[in-house]
Every structure is written in C-alpha cells, then in structure tokens.
Ligand binder design. Structure first.
Ligand code: PLP
Length: 416
C-alpha cells in the first residue's frame, strides 16, 4: 500500500458481531438449524434494549398519558412525548407535526380520509406508481369510489426503477395527489423522492410518500424531501408492532378534520359540540400504544447509535454478496435491479413454486417470504403469481448469506 494511503484515518465502523448479539432471537434454532432470518422487510427483529424498554415501562412507569397529574401519569406522558421527539429528530421534522399512529397503513388512511376525501371530486386524479404496496393503493381506491376521482398508474422501467419521464408526463393538471413509495418492498428500488416531490409541488400536486421500507435502511431528512406527507412504520425499524407515524405539513394538519373521534383528541366536549385538540394530538384519539412508542424511542436511539450511514453501507455489502451468489444459480431470475437498490431481493427459480422453495428453506432454518408481498398489481405486471423475497438487515452476516445460498441450492435440486 502507498505510504500516504496508509496514514489515512481509518473509520472502523461498528463491531457487527456485537451488534448482532444485541438481538436475542437470532440465537434461536429452527428445525434444529441456526435461524437465518431474511424477512426483515416484513418485520425487523428487535434488539434487547427495545424489549427491555417496553418491559421497564410496564414494570415501573405504566399509566395512561395526558390525563392525570399523578407521578406515573407524568412519567408515562413524558416517555410517550419523548418518543415523539426522538422520532422527529430521526426523521428531521418538527415533533408537533408528527402524528403517532399504528403504522403506515393507518397513516396513509388518515391522509386519505382527512385530506383527500373532503377535497377530491369527479375529474380529479390520484397518481400512484406500479410498485405500490396495497396500503398505498386501497385507501386511494376507497377515496376514488367516494369522490368520483380516478386513479392513474405510473409505470416502471424493465430494471424496476420508476420511468421518471413517464411519471412527469403523467403529472397533468387534473392530478391532485401523488402517492409513492420511497423504497419498494418487492423490487428494492429507491425512488428519487426529493426530485419527484419537487416536480409535484411545482405543479400544485400534493405528495404522500410511503417510507415504510426507507426509514429502517436510509438516513432520512423529510424536510429536505419536501413532500406534503410522509408515513413510517415502527416494526420495520427495530421497534414494536403497532407503532408508526405520519408527518404532515403544518398547514395540512391545521386544515384537516379529525379522522377518529374520542378521548385525548379534544379540548372541550359538550352535547352542543366539541373543540378539538391542536397539532398531532387532534389525530390521536383514545389510549395509544404507549409502551410500544417507548420501545420505538429506544429503537431510534439504537439505530442512531449504529449510524444510518453504517446501516446502509453494511446492508449494501450483504446485498452485493447475496446478489452475486444468486446470479450463479441456474434458472434463477431476480426481479428488480435498479441502481442503488435497497437490500430486498425478489426472485424465482425456474420450475419451482415460490411457496415450495420457502417451505424447503424453512426446513434449513432460513426464513424468507413467498407470495405476492401485498403488491398484486406489481406482480401482475411482472407476469408471475408469486415470488420469493429475501430481505436483509444490518444484523445479518456474510455467513448467513452463504447458508441461504447453500439451502437454496439444496431446495433447487429437490424441486427444479
Ligand atoms: C412499502 C410498504 N408500505 C406499507 C406497508 C404497511 O405497513 P404496516 O402494515 O406496518 O402498516 C408495508 C409493510 O409491509 C410496506 O412494505
């Protein structure tokens, strides 16, 4: 090595073996074999600090939020609001513009019912992309049914990236709303949402970004993206299930009517009428998943302690390794090869059904997903009934990639 190069400071990165040891479930055996968990796009595993934060909340601080003056109530409220602040910092948005909810599905439905339903009408168009998850299709279909608006679909290039020229051409004057995934859960495509949302904004189109698969794998700056709404789900980012959030521009939050009515979202109620709470609380009726959000706050701390740039780099290495090995398997086809894609690999092996492959892999301790991945329109356009999907996370290892490939070769010999 050149001596000048040798003197460059070395950034060691995290000790990935120690990081992996933070996840208790990863020591499990399945069918007598060490678990190789490759289904993190479905739900991520949880580090001990998240599990302990939930446990500690129930053991020491459990009370309802925003309703009491007693000490436990104050502690619970502080913990819940503290989680909101942590998540807001993680996403680079203001905490008072972040609605906490059960996940992306609820978040997108909130936009559909509170923003779109009262505004859209016959003649308006909702633009979505071919790669959307059902959570970013079905709510818009319900809105279209009620309002007479129609849905237009932006198509993909053969490598699974969005056809940007086609998308911009589709942004005609009748389009009032654009609903788009930041990262595809099937193809791994990372959409250039910053550029796309700016184009939408120039044309007066309100943009909704589904960040379910982005928040766990990329450093996010929602303010820089410049969208109108951004949805995240906690259980894919090392947090508990039933947690998530919707970020909305302040002017939308103020103008939108509440979606669900009940306690906590009000200032004053009489039988003559109700004065609603302000900011995100207007949309948080009823007792929330307090312990879950405490866990999500711990998950955000955990991800930040590793560093999202490190997470992205590690997952990129694992993706490159897995892709290189998969490409050596005869008859194997990968769906989605967009440049800069996230660590999600959908594939099929000629002559083998996706569910059969996934079942045989399970016998080897390897957990992948098979099926339509809540993206029927995308799979229809790919011309397949189902795919296998291996999704990697920073806590996976190169040895696991090798184990997955060996198990796949064994299954292929049996099936294909
Ligand atoms: C791209 C995408 N959008 C939305 C969702 C729905 O998330 P949740 O079920 O957590 O609301 C998922 C989950 O698989 C997803 O991958």
């Amino acid at each position: 090595m050149h001596s000048a190069e040798a003197k460059l400071p070395v950034c060691p990165g995290p000790d990935w073996a120690a990081v992996r040891a933070d996840f208790p479930i990863l020591t499990r055996e399945i069918q007598g074999k060490p678990l190789i968990y490759l289904d993190s796009a479905n739900t991520s595993q949880k580090p001990a600090c998240v599990i302990e934060a939930v446990d500690d909340f129930y053991r020491r601080h459990n009370a309802n939020v925003s309703r009491t003056v007693h000490t436990l109530g104050t502690e619970a409220t502080d913990a819940y609001e503290g989680a909101r602040s942590k998540l807001a910092r993680f996403l680079n948005v203001r905490a008072d513009e972040l609605v906490l909810c059960s996940g992306t599905t609820f978040a997108i439905n909130l936009v559909a019912y509170s923003w779109a339903l009262p505004r859209l009408k016959a003649g308006d168009t909702i633009l979505v992309s071919r790669m959307e998850h059902h959570a970013n299709i079905v709510p818009w279909q319900l809105v279209a049914e009620h309002t007479g608006a129609r849905i237009k679909v932006a198509e993909l290039a053969p490598d699974g990236s969005l056809d940007l020229a086609g998308l911009y051409a589709a942004m005609t004057a009748d389009v009032k709303l654009l609903a788009l995934a930041h990262v595809s859960n099937v193809l791994g495509t990372v959409n250039p949402v910053r550029e796309i949302c700016q184009e939408a904004r120039k044309r007066g189109i309100v943009s909704v970004v589904d960040g379910s698969q982005a928040a766990p794998h990329r450093s996010l700056d929602i303010t820089a993206i410049g969208c109108d709404f951004y949805a995240v789900t906690g259980h894919k980012m090392c947090g508990p299930t039933g947690t998530g959030a919707l970020w909305a521009r302040r002017e939308h939050l103020q103008a939108m009517p509440p979606f669900v009515g009940g306690g906590d979202m009000i200032k004053e109620v009489s039988f003559e009428g109700t004065v609603f709470n302000e900011g995100p609380h207007k949309f948080e009726a009823g007792t929330p998943n307090i312990a879950g959000f405490v866990g999500l706050g711990a998950a955000v701390d955990y991800l930040q302690s590793i560093g999202m740039a490190q997470v992205e780099a590690r997952e990129g290495e694992l993706l490159a390794h897995a892709t290189e090995e998969l490409e050596k398997i005869e008859g194997l086809r990968i769906f989605g090869q967009a440049p800069g894609k996230a660590a999600v690999i959908s594939f099929l092996i000629q002559g083998a059904h996706a569910h059969d492959l996934a079942t045989l892999l399970d016998l080897e301790g390897v957990a992948i997903r098979s099926g339509q991945h809540c993206a029927h329109p995308l799979l229809q356009s790919l011309g397949v009934a189902a795919t296998c999907r291996a999704s990697l996370a920073f806590y996976n290892t190169h040895e696991e990639v090798e184990g997955f490939i060996a198990a796949l070769n064994k299954a292929r010999r049996l099936l294909a």
